[in-house]
Design a binder for this molecule. Structure first.
Ligand code: MN
Length: 251
C-alpha cells in the first residue's frame, strides 16, 4: 500500500478511524483499495460520491458530510467547493491529459513534473483533498504530542503559531494556500503560496493547509477572509498534521 494513495490514522479518541484518502487514479490497483469504505459513522449524508470516472483521475469522497463542519462552513459553501470547484479540477485535468503520457502518472508526479494548466489542475485536485483532511467535524481541540512539541519549538507555542498562520492567510494577496510544512529535518514552517502552488514543489512535506481562494469562503463569509481564517481553528484536524509529521520520510 502506498502512502500517497491511502493514509489511515487512529484518532486520539481511539473510537474512530479516519481515512485520509489521497487516492486519485481510477486504475484497478487503486480501485481495489477501500477508499470509499471508511466513512465515519457520524457521516449520515453522502458527502461526496466520487465524480463519474471519465478519465484516469477520480475525486476521492469526503470522509464527512457536507454539513458536518458547520457552523464554520455550512453545507451550501461546502457543496459548491467540493462538488463544483474541486470536482471541476479533476474534470479539467482528465480533459488535459487525455491521450497523453501524463495520464499514466499520479497526481504527485504531475505536481513535481508538470507546469502550466496540467500542473495547476493536478495541484488543485491534490491540494483540496489535503484540505478536506486538514479539517474534521471532531477537530478544533488543541494539538498534543509530536505536533504540539514541534509547534512549541519552532513557533513558541500554539497561540503564537495560530497568530502567525492567520496573518499569513489574511495577507496572502489574491488566491492561494497557506501551508504548515516540514523540512527534511522536521523543522516546521508556514508557507503562504499563490494559486495552486504546493510544498511538494519546494521539497517540503505538507502537514496542514488552509485554502484562501475566495471561492472557499465567499458564500459563508462574503469578503471577510479574517472571519473565515479565525473559524478554521474550530475544525482543524491536528491528528492529520500529527500523522503527516510522524510518517514523513526520515533522512
Ligand atoms: Mn478551493
Amino acid at each position: 500500500m502506498q502512502r500517497r494513495e491511502f493514509l489511515t490514522t487512529s484518532l486520539a479518541t481511539g473510537a474512530a478511524i479516519a481515512t485520509y484518502s489521497l487516492a486519485n487514479k481510477a486504475n484497478a490497483e487503486t480501485a481495489a483499495k477501500p477508499t470509499n469504505a471508511a466513512t465515519p459513522a457520524a457521516a449520515t449524508v453522502t458527502a461526496g460520491a466520487p465524480v463519474a470516472a471519465t478519465g484516469p483521475f477520480v475525486q476521492p469522497p469526503l470522509s464527512y458530510s457536507l454539513g458536518a463542519l458547520a457552523p464554520f462552513l455550512k453545507e451550501e459553501q461546502m457543496n459548491y467547493h467540493f462538488n463544483k470547484h474541486h470536482a471541476g479540477y479533476f474534470k479539467k485535468l482528465n480533459t488535459l491529459v487525455e491521450g497523453k503520457p501524463e495520464a499514466k502518472l499520479s497526481l504527485e508526479e504531475l505536481i513535481l513534473q508538470s507546469q502550466g494548466p496540467i500542473f495547476n489542475n493536478a495541484a488543485q485536485a491534490w491540494n483540496h483533498t489535503f484540505f478536506w483532511n486538514s479539517m474534521s467535524p471532531n477537530g478544533g481541540s488543541n494539538p498534543t504530542g509530536l505536533i504540539a512539541e514541534a509547534l512549541q519549538r519552532d513557533f513558541g507555542g500554539i497561540e503564537a503559531f495560530k497568530k502567525a498562520f492567520g496573518e499569513a492567510a489574511i495577507n496572502l494577496f489574491g488566491s492561494g494556500w497557506v501551508w504548515l510544512a516540514a523540512d527534511k529535518d522536521r523543522k516546521l514552517q508556514i508557507l503562504p503560496l499563490p494559486n495552486a502552488d504546493n510544498p511538494l514543489k519546494h521539497k517540503l512535506t505538507p502537514l496542514l493547509t488552509l485554502d484562501v481562494w475566495e471561492h472557499s469562503y465567499y458564500i459563508d463569509y462574503r469578503n471577510d477572509r479574517a472571519g473565515y481564517v479565525a473559524g478554521f481553528w474550530s475544525k482543524v484536524n491536528w491528528d492529520f498534521a500529527t500523522h503527516n509529521l510522524a510518517t514523513m520520510a526520515k533522512t
